[in-house]
Design a protein around this ligand. Structure first.
Ligand code: SF4
Length: 642
């Protein structure tokens, strides 16, 4: 018998932020399904989080704290009280000897809830710890669109019914934004631009396969065609933008023949693309959050935003360029007055580098992240985590790659065991996540752990004694969001009839759309490594999450490397054969799959497997904007494996 149905939110780093319903019988969740009342996600979950109950009740859940003083020793079960005393003692000791900056909380968005991801900020402020800058994914594109539009905004999904041409640029909606695919699959023309022929590319009306990261050149060629054919919206550009003269001068230097050669896209294809895009309006360029993980990621996103402006599509309902809708008006719960020293910021993509180049960091506290699997330059991360003088604490639901390298492992809650509040970075709906069941074993939410660390350290501030619900209510202070209404279901944070920038007012210094003159900076070559190795997201895994869930394993069992048959012949690598992928940073053993889904010279493997993975080869050099990761600007060599 169904005892109750609890409304919750998928917490994953995914634009959809699906509404979920948890069915609870006798105190146990029997199934988790999509909430049909959610206006955007409309009652279904993607393949990753259907059967979320299999994560909740997984036999490998960590159920109690584990500790070892020596990382080569076996873990021993300890109590929470012992765990908190160990952690508090270690933090006190490090602060006394080296200062709070020697403690680094390392986290990303394995849980995007505001309580889960932000309630530690007050503790880190109190301790004057160093911080990471969240550069591992989206920052280059964020910086580009903020410089151009003044905000990370674009057309909202409720306006997709007006879109007449949908361009998924560097985006595979079927895998990474499934509800966007559902809302756009009947829009024609449907155009996909991607160097890898993804499942979305295979069903497109027009598929454009440029050489990796030549997208700014392709965008400039399209702008040239728009200007030459009179499809540029000169009235919009004159009235609402700055910088168009410089942009036009740069565009008029663009040779379509040369662009075709650089991008390896036939000129006729570029002209067909331009005509479909310019003549079927409103036209939307939906920019993949992944494209920017290139050395020129910022200029790539900037070029696409500029293209949409040239077409006069910005602010048009259902048109424009959408990278993300990422303005989250939530109350500040970080208690900044608790901090007495400026924070020292580390770029999180350089974790291995800064842990190995000196001993400035003495304690690493990891939550909402698994950097031993997901951070670039994996061998350096492994070496850094192995330092005997580095105390590593990990709060996770599973014994992740990082937890396996820790001193102290703390059992975390799944989404079904905690309160939180969520907003999407695609649609504008917010919702409270209610716990459906009590924590399993001795699992505790992030919020509980942060507060109890503070109490164990002797801090008296009342913020460290708040309940999850009190902190959640604090997040709503200053917003128009009501706790009870949000707990009852998804609520729009913006008027749904509104489209970003529809009044042609931009929150930039000039109040106008500030065009960036397009540029193209080819990737620097890396020795003799001739293959560009990209690592797109899998539709089976959520970053490194779910890798140990049996149902998802079918899709990721084999560590596949896609390479073109010509390259297979060149390297003597047959379909199904083991292949060694290597460069100066490391190597990974994969299984070859010969495929024309990749171009000659391009190889691809889905991320992120547990254990040694493609990140053994990925670089930790930042992109042109935002300090962004550059996973896709990775050059490797191939040879038959053993
Ligand atoms: S991962 Fe994304 S699409 Fe899948 S259930 Fe969660 S929010 Fe929805």
């Amino acid at each position: 018998m169904v005892e109750k149905i609890v409304k919750s939110v998928c917490p994953k780093d995914c634009p959809d932020s699906c509404g979920m319903l948890s069915y609870v019988e006798d105190g146990r969740i029997t199934r988790v399904v999509g909430d049909p009342a959610h206006p955007i996600t409309q009652g279904f979950l993607c393949g990753r989080y259907q059967h979320y109950e299999e994560v909740i009740y997984h036999t490998e859940r960590i159920l109690h704290p584990l500790y070892r003083s020596d990382k080569s020793a076996e873990f021993q079960r300890i109590s929470w009280n012992e765990a908190l005393q160990i952690l508090a003692g270690k933090f006190h000791e490090i602060i006394a000897e080296h200062g709070g900056a020697a403690i680094l909380p390392y986290h990303y968005l394995a849980n995007m809830g505001f309580v889960s991801s932000r309630s530690g900020d007050r503790l880190w402020n109190k301790l004057n710890t160093s911080r990471v800058g969240l550069e591992i994914c989206a920052m280059a594109g964020a910086e580009a669109v903020i410089r151009i539009f003044g905000a990370i905004r674009g057309t909202e999904p409720q306006h997709l019914d007006k879109t007449r041409c949908y361009v998924a640029w560097g985006k595979n909606p079927k895998a990474t934004n499934l509800h966007s695919h559902v809302l756009t699959k009947d829009i024609h023309p449907n155009i996909v631009v991607d160097p890898y022929r993804s499942e979305s590319a295979k069903s497109a009306d027009l598929y454009i396969q440029p050489r990796p990261a030549t997208d700014p050149v392709l965008a400039m060629a399209l702008m040239r065609i728009l200007i030459d054919r009179g499809w540029a919206d000169l009235d919009f550009l004159a009235a609402h933008t700055t910088g168009f003269d410089a942009v036009r001068a740069r565009i008029m230097q663009t040779s379509l023949t040369e662009a075709s050669s650089i991008c390896d896209v036939p000129r006729a294809r570029m002209e067909e693309f331009a005509e479909l895009y310019a003549c079927n309006t409103p036209s939307l360029i939906h920019i993949g959050v992944g494209l920017q993980r290139n050395s020129n990621g910022g200029e790539m996103v900037a070029a696409l935003a500029t293209l949409a402006a040239i077409a006069g599509q910005v602010g048009v309902p259902g048109g424009g360029a959408l990278y993300a809708n990422f303005d989250w008006p939530m109350g500040d719960i970080s208690e900044p007055s608790l901090r007495s020293e400026d924070a020292n910021f580390y770029n999180m993509i350089k974790l291995g580098q800064f842990l190995t180049e000196d001993d400035a960091i003495r304690a690493l506290y990891v939550f909402n992240s698994n950097p031993a699997a997901t951070a670039p330059n994996q061998n350096k991360v492994y070496a850094g985590l192995a330092r005997h003088d580095l105390f590593v604490a990990v709060h996770d639901i599973f014994m992740s790659d990082t937890a396996q390298r820790a001193n102290l492992v703390l059992p975390a809650c799944t989404q079904s065991e905690q309160w939180d509040v969520h907003r999407s970075y695609w649609h504008d709906y917010a919702q409270i996540n209610r716990p459906a069941i009590a924590p399993i074993g001795e699992a505790r939410p992030n919020h509980w752990v942060f507060g109890h660390i503070a109490q164990a350290m002797g801090f008296e501030e009342s913020c460290f004694r708040e309940t999850e619900e009190e902190t959640l209510r604090g997040l709503l202070v200053g917003t128009e969001l009501d706790f009870d209404a949000l707990a009852a279901g998804p609520l729009p944070c913006q008027p749904v009839e509104q489209t970003s920038f529809s009044e042609r007012r931009f929150p930039t210094p000039s109040g106008k759309l500030e065009l960036i003159t397009p540029s193209y900076t080819p990737a620097a070559v890396d020795g003799d490594h001739r293959y560009r190795f990209i690592t797109p997201k899998s539709r089976h895994l959520q970053s490194s999450q779910l890798f140990n869930v049996a149902r998802k394993q079918a899709g990721v069992r084999e560590p596949i490397l896609y390479l073109h048959p010509e390259d297979g012949a060149l390297e003597g690598i047959a379909d199904g054969a083991p292949v060694r992928v290597w460069n100066s940073r490391g190597e990974v053993a994969l299984v070859a799959r010969l495929s024309t889904d990749v171009q000659p010279g391009l190889v691809a493997s889905y991320m992120v497997r547990w254990g040694p993975n493609a990140n053994a080869t990925t670089p930790d050099t930042p992109a042109d904007m935002g300090g962004n990761s550059t996973f896709h600007t990775n050059f490797v060599s191939l040879e038959p494996g053993t």
